[in-house]
Design a protein around this ligand. Structure first.
Ligand SMILES: Cc1cc2nc3c(=O)[nH]c(=O)nc-3n(C[C@H](O)[C@H](O)[C@H](O)COP(=O)(O)O)c2cc1C
Length: 225
């Protein structure tokens, strides 16, 4: 099939676009207003951009009436946000924190979500998350939409502090992803988590110069990370 978004119809009951960019990790973002009201919301338009310095982005759409979501208003007000890793075990809280609440409501209190103070910045952390990034806004980009709610602000933030709970670091000093069970979005109302993993040796890391060697790599072969 082929369709031109905004020009021709896909003929499908639901727009398939977001289900094609999957799985999307969730930017579960905590912020605080200048008045001290704490806020939490999930954003699946989220990614890392580079690693030195570690930098991430979230794309926050506007509300239907064209006003700013609380997350965007808070980041614009003081430039601070925290990324909390969303996990399968925390899925109910992740989704319930997407409710639109008035700006004066502390969403951690409203949803009974236990918090931890951050080390460097003011937004709080979700206590149950295995990993947190404390982030400072470095750039923002306005992306227009065909409707008010489809417009977005892309916030780019430098990760100035990283918390990882020791219990999620394995014997090799690596993040134990199968224990973490990160939560990701796959379009529609569907989510996915990680229950298995496999390794593929990259020729550039292993010093192999032929693509064929990578293809023939046997499972379990020693690899360079
Ligand atoms: C899993 C999930 C992912 C979401 N991703 C986004 C997103 O990428 N961008 C966005 O603007 N809203 C997204 N939303 C909706 C926001 O979470 C929702 O608008 C929320 O009320 C915003 O809260 P705030 O006003 O406190 O910032 C998502 C919702 C869910 C459940």
């Amino acid at each position: 099939m082929f369709f031109q978004p905004g020009v021709t119809s896909s003929g499908l009951p639901y727009n398939p676009f977001k289900s094609c960019c999957v799985p999307r990790p969730i930017g579960w973002i905590s912020t605080v207003s200048n008045e001290g009201v704490h806020n939490l919301a999930p954003y699946s338009q989220f990614q890392n951009i580079t690693w030195d310095p570690p930098t991430i982005m979230i794309a926050v759409n506007y509300r239907r009436d064209g006003t700013l979501k609380d997350t965007a208003a808070n980041i614009l007000a003081n430039g601070e946000f925290v990324w909390n890793m969303a996990t399968y075990d925390l899925r109910q809280w992740v989704v319930s924190s997407s409710q639109e609440m008035p700006p004066g409501v502390d969403e951690f209190q409203a949803l009974d979500i236990p918090t931890l103070e951050s080390k460097l910045l003011r937004p709080r952390r979700v206590a149950g998350s295995p990993v947190h990034f404390e982030c400072k806004l470095t750039q923002q980009l306005e992306v227009p939409g065909n409707t008010p709610e489809a417009g977005a602000i892309v916030f780019i933030g430098q990760v100035v502090g990283i918390h990882i709970k020791e219990e999620f670091i394995d014997a090799n000093g690596m993040l134990d992803i199968l224990k973490v069970k990160p939560l990701a979005r796959i379009g529609y109302l569907d989510y996915i988590t990680v229950e298995s993993k496999f390794e593929v040796v990259s020729p550039s890391f292993a010093g192999l110069d032929k693509v064929a060697a990578m293809v023939e790599t046997a499972p379990g072969q020693e690899s360079v990370k």
